[in-house]
Design a protein around this ligand. Structure first.
Ligand code: MN
Length: 205
């Protein structure tokens, strides 16, 4: 896991002297449970960063419309660079001159489980499922629960995927958590408060 290329792309895009984002320590991921996080990110274009821990890093996608609880909704998810596991707790402001820039909120967080098995009855690890372009997992978050899947629709430089809710007992076409549940699950703050706290110099958690 501590290969030379560990988080190379992530680190290459950032200046850690001016950004409070974590540098990334491969040791920290060891023994971590299977976590997921959804970060609301008010960059040039508002989006939700959907991240799942696999192979010691947070596999990441930018979801412009955010995740849905409606199984009939497919949400475009653009693959982005792997992030360090510590990023799951990052909330605050990325300096404007840094890649992306903007306010980041921990919109939802929790753990996930995998049930998909191969023909011998063994659980297929998430990283393997992602390699195959089709992954299913069960989220246990505050806002998002139940089965979800990620399906790759375009390979290459800017991989495109679809994020979709499974039609299970946690599916609810009427819920619209991205518009009705607007506070951080980490600190209870709104985007506005996070921005203000960071500008006041108290933003670093
Ligand atoms: Mn982002």
């Amino acid at each position: 896991m501590a290969a030379k290329s560990f988080l190379e792309k992530y680190r290459g895009k950032r200046d850690f002297d001016s950004s409070s984002e974590p540098f990334g320590d491969p040791e920290i991921a060891k023994g971590k449970k299977d976590i997921f996080v959804v970060q609301k990110h008010d960059a040039t274009n508002l989006h939700y960063d959907f991240r799942l821990l696999a192979n010691g890093v947070l596999k990441s996608w930018a979801v412009p419309k955010g995740p849905s609880t409606d199984p009939d909704e497919k949400r475009l998810a653009i693959a982005t660079e792997d992030h360090p596991v510590e990023y799951a707790d990052f909330e605050g402001i990325i300096p404007e001159d840094q890649y992306g820039g903007g306010t980041v909120m921990v919109w939802d967080a929790g753990t996930y489980t995998i049930e998909k098995k191969d023909k011998d009855g063994n659980i297929i690890p998430l990283e393997k499922q992602l390699e195959n372009g089709r992954a299913s997992f069960i989220l246990n978050g505050e806002k998002l629960q139940g089965g979800y899947s990620l399906i790759r629709i375009k390979k290459g430089e800017n991989e495109q995927w679809l994020l979709k809710k499974s039609d299970d007992d946690k599916a609810d076409a009427r819920r619209n958590p991205t518009s009705t549940q607007n506070n951080s699950v980490l600190t209870g703050r709104t985007m506005k408060q996070i921005k203000k706290d960071s500008e006041d110099g108290s933003g670093k958690e």
